[in-house]
Design a protein around this ligand. Structure first.
Ligand code: PAF
Length: 292
């Protein structure tokens, strides 16, 4: 175990168990922020909120191979531990926290292929799950393992990954896990682009185009609020706009915000979800719309 003034670096399950037991004995409420690192202001906002909801925070950085498909960016995913540590130290300002940094063998001691998996059916198979087969099994499995190691009172996730949050909330509900999931609003660049570790893959030209995705979502929201109910016409128009601006849309879809099923007339709580490739990265974003 290596420690700085406020941030304890821990890489083994045993050391994590010891450190967190000491907090529990003292009656501390524990918040957990799981990440894959390459931290940006969106992640730091999760940690700041965590500190408001609990006495102690655990942050994990683990690039989870099980949630990456063949040909995806597992190998090249940005790993920036020293910079991540500096950013965490700067917002913790001396408050005690643990940074859990397990290796793959620590998380999958019986080998990844042989590991028990957690599957949240239906919610995992649509939208991003349709084009990234097995992705949400990888996410649910690793988050379940991390929850079992950390045993947090609350866990915080960014709302940019709207479908991920729905999958994890369902997992917590179905498996009776004694914790609360908090979804924190998406942090955006000043031009509207949702912050993401993968934005770093954009070329300068693509970076100039990228905020168009959020613009499309805002236009759709405005039309829904103005009374438009031809959902498929809105979706088709948006997809055409994205394609005309160098994106390769995967989906842009108006959904029931709870079930993620295609929106029906009479649904009041909606979410517009989009995924589109722009050069190397596949960008995702979403916007909630309340018609009630
Ligand atoms: O959102 C992420 O960064 C990852 O999917 C998560 C939740 C840390 C699981 O690996």
């Amino acid at each position: 175990m290596n420690s700085t003034a406020s941030l304890q670096l821990i890489s083994s399950r045993a050391e994590l168990h010891t450190a967190l037991n000491q907090w529990r004995v003292l009656g501390h409420r524990i918040a957990f922020v799981p990440t894959m690192g390459n931290l940006h202001a969106g992640h730091l906002q999760l940690v700041e909120q965590a500190l408001q909801h609990a006495d102690r925070v655990v942050i994990s950085i683990f690039v989870n191979p099980l949630q990456f498909g063949a040909g995806e960016d597992f190998e090249s995913y940005p790993r920036t531990l020293a910079a991540d540590q500096d950013k965490l130290n700067s917002i913790l300002q001396g408050q005690e926290a643990v940074l859990f940094l397990p290796q793959v063998a620590e998380m999958y001691p019986n080998g990844m292929e042989n590991s028990t998996r957690v599957e949240v059916p239906q919610l995992s198979d649509i939208l991003c799950g349709a084009s990234r087969k097995g992705h949400f099994i990888g996410v649910a499995t690793v988050v379940m393992k991390l929850f079992n190691l950390v045993r947090p009172d609350i866990a915080l996730f960014g709302a940019k990954d709207f479908q991920q949050v729905q999958v994890l909330k369902r997992m917590v509900q179905d498996l009776f896990l004694p914790l609360q999931i908090i979804s924190v609003p998406t942090m955006r660049e000043t031009d509207g682009l949702a912050m993401s570790s993968r934005n770093g893959y954009l070329t300068a030209e693509e970076r100039g185009t990228a905020p168009y995705l959020y613009q499309v979502l805002k236009d759709m929201k405005q039309q829904l609020l103005a009374g438009e109910r031809n959902f498929s016409a809105l979706e088709n128009h948006a997809a055409q706009g994205l394609a005309a601006n160098s994106f390769i849309p995967d989906y842009i879809s108006i959904r029931n915000a709870e079930t993620l099923q295609p929106a029906q007339l009479g649904d009041n709580e909606l979410v517009i979800l989009a995924a589109a490739k722009l050069g190397k990265p596949r960008l995702i974003d979403n916007l909630q719309v309340s018609l009630s």
